[in-house]
Each structure stands twice: as C-alpha cells, then as structure tokens.
Design a protein around this ligand. Structure first.
Ligand SMILES: NC(=O)c1ccc[n+]([C@@H]2O[C@H](COP(=O)([O-])OP(=O)(O)OC[C@H]3O[C@@H](n4cnc5c(N)ncnc54)[C@H](O)[C@@H]3O)[C@@H](O)[C@H]2O)c1
Length: 344
C-alpha cells in the first residue's frame, strides 16, 4: 500500500494506492458509514463487504437519473444518516458521480470517499471532485465540484471487469497522453499486450500516472477557469455521441478524441502522421473511431454544452501529441468542419 496526499483549494485528499478493499475498516468507523455500491460489484464481492450498511444501485447510466438520486436520499433518511455519516461510493463512474453528488447536497453536504472499481473510475471519474447526474437529454448537467476525503485503489477489483469496460478506461488514459504526457503514449504503445492482459504492474503504473496527471491539473485550476478545461479533450463531441448513440463513456470519448485530432490538424498544427498515430493507438486498445450520429443531432446537443459561450464552443485541440490548447470555434465553422469529417 502507498499513501499520497493532494491538497486542493480547501481540502486535503488522501489516496491509498494498491490497497485492498478490506483496508476501509481502518480508514473509517463502519458504524458511521453507508456504502453506495454498484449491484454487480456487490454480487461479486459480497463476502468482502460483510457487516457494512449498504445501498445498492444499478451500475448503469439509469442510476444518474433524478429518480435514482431521490431513491438514494429516501434510503439515507430510512437509515437515519446524519451530518456525521460518511458515504462511500464503491463502483464505476456512475456510482462515484452519484455518491459524490448525493453527499454534497444531503444535509448541505456530508463527507464522502470512493473505492473506484472500473479502470475508467480509477484513472478519471473518482479523481478531481467533479460529481454530477444527468437531467433530461443532458449529461452531468446537475453537478458540483467538491473533494472526497479519500480514494482507495484496489487493482485486483479490475480482474472481474468485462473486456469492454476495461477498454473504456484506456480511452481516458489515452486522453492524458494527448493533452499532457507523450512519454505515457509511448508507454501505452510499448506495453499494449500486457495492459490488455491486465498485467498488474502495468495497470498499477497507468493508474498512478493518470491520477497524478489529473490531480496536478485540478490542483492548478480546481474550478475550471482555464487549465482544467484541457481534461475535456474528446469530450465535447464525446458527450453528444454518448447520448445519441447510447454507447459507453469511454467509447464515446475515443470517437470524440479522433474528431478533435482531425480538427487540430486543420486549426492547431497537429501533423497528419500524429493523427494517424493516435488513430492506431485508439484502435489497438479496442476502441471505436467511427461516428454513427448525424452532424445535426450532435449540433443540437452543443446548445447545452457547458463549454459553450454564446455562438462559440471552447474546443480542446492539440498543437502536437502531449500539448493541448483551448480554441474557441464558432458553431457555424464547427458545423462545416464536422460535416467534412463525419462521412455518411
Ligand atoms: N466525474 C468525473 O470526473 C467523470 C469522469 C469520467 C467519467 N465520468 C462518468 O463515469 C461514468 C462511466 O463510468 P464507468 O465507465 O466506470 O461506467 P459504469 O459505472 O457504468 O461501470 C461500467 C460497468 O462495469 C461494472 N463494474 C463496475 N466495477 C466492476 C468490477 N470491479 N467488476 C466487474 N464489473 C464491474 C458496472 O456494473 C457496469 O456494468 C459516466 O457516467 C461518466 O459521465 C465522470
């Protein structure tokens, strides 16, 4: 087990890397805790979660609807949760988002922590304090930025992930390589077979490095005034495609990153050979690149994009692999460019 601490604007967050789930007992008083657990994780790891008060939620996007939020609040009231209760979300990004959001508004905010159990949640969703739920057609439109008490990373939990869910996690790691760390991109290329075979050493390195990159960016700009925007690389198109094509977050981000790279080659000087390098990396990690959604459907969702200001969207583009910039693009220009990239 390795402990690290990151200080954000008003909170110190403890990270426990390579730490077994059972370590939770030493971090919190079980009598004061309520676990919010993904249903599949609960089925798989019931024996390791004995004796805790639990609320079980479905590990799917449905659990980020207002109705599920309400059900969880009702259960917290039934369990007599009070201001001293700690909520611990154990699951993928759906459970961490829901738990962080509930904890932040229940009784005006109670403490919470996460045990992320998917690769995507370990490298991204659990880190940085952004937690949100969906409303109507819009992803994460209700949300908050508020840091957890701690994160516990148990890599063994990744053994039971479906292959597709493992691949989804690689999308966010590829994102970090694009915006921040070209060496990590080379590492992903060199260790592809081991990573896909869930080699523990390789996964441990990828999780720690990703968490480190995201935490440093969030420390610089917790409330997304500038630098943190870079973490949205691939997500503007990605979120729209996720909703329209009803596909997993990681797959949608993979498609969004390739479009963003193509835009970058037109507008930010990214070389065509680097676009092709990224294209190969995405596909070698079993992620898709072809968009099925219509340009008009994507544009309709841009209207509610959190990165939109009047008629412009702040797009994250790449000057080169490992170096990103924020570029405002008018909706009209974007529409023309997208039409040329998304071939029917
Ligand atoms: N808050 C953020 O900063 C942030 C960042 C990225 C993504 N997200 C959100 O995260 C969500 C996607 O997260 P996700 O990809 O983890 O999806 P998810 O939470 O839906 O989990 C994917 C699947 O894996 C299963 N699962 C979870 N842990 C498992 C395990 N150890 N073994 C076997 N199966 C397991 C779940 O039951 C589910 O079927 C999206 O809603 C996205 O918006 C949030």
């Amino acid at each position: 087990m390795e402990k690290q601490e990151y200080t954000f604007s008003n909170k110190k967050v403890r990270y426990y890397f390579d730490s077994p789930l059972e370590h939770l007992n030493q971090l919190v008083d079980p009598d004061r805790c309520i676990l919010i657990v993904d249903d599949k994780v609960d089925r798989l790891y019931k024996d390791r979660l004995k004796g805790w008060k639990k609320i079980i939620v479905e590990g799917s996007e449905k659990s980020k609807q207002l109705s599920c939020f309400q059900e969880v609040v009702d259960k917290l009231i039934d369990l007599e949760a009070d201001r001293k209760t700690i909520l611990i979300g154990i699951g993928g990004g759906v459970v961490t988002d829901l738990t962080g959001f509930v904890a932040s508004v229940y009784m005006r905010g109670i403490d919470y922590a996460f045990v992320p159990t998917t690769l995507l949640a370990q490298v991204d969703a659990s880190v940085g304090g952004k937690n949100g739920i969906n409303y109507s057609r819009y992803k994460n439109i209700l949300g908050i930025i508020r840091q957890p008490e701690f994160l516990l990373f148990d890599y063994d939990l990744l053994d039971t992930l479906d292959a597709a869910d493992l691949h989804n996690g690689f999308a966010e790691i590829i994102k970090y390589t694009c915006i921040w760390d070209k060496d990590l991109l080379t590492y992903l290329e060199d260790n592809q077979e081991k990573a896909l075979a869930r080699d523990k050493k390789v996964l441990a390195y990828l999780v720690k490095r990703s968490v480190e990159i995201k935490s440093k960016i969030v420390q610089e700009d917790e409330f997304e005034g500038g630098l943190r925007r870079l973490l949205n690389f691939g997500h503007t198109i990605g979120h729209a495609v996720e909703k329209i094509e009803n596909i997993a977050h990681g797959k949608a981000v993979a498609k969004g990153m390739l479009i963003a790279a193509q835009l970058s080659s037109k507008l930010s000087g990214l070389q065509e050979k680097e676009v092709q390098r990224l294209n190969s990396l995405i596909q070698n990690y079993h992620l898709p690149v072809t968009i099925q959604a219509e340009v008009a459907e994507i544009e309709a969702l841009f209207k509610m994009d959190k990165k939109r200001e009047k008629d412009f969207i702040h797009f994250i583009l790449l000057k080169e692999l490992g170096k990103a910039e924020v570029v405002p693009i008018s909706l009209v220009e974007l529409s023309e460019l997208l039409t040329s990239f998304i071939k029917k």
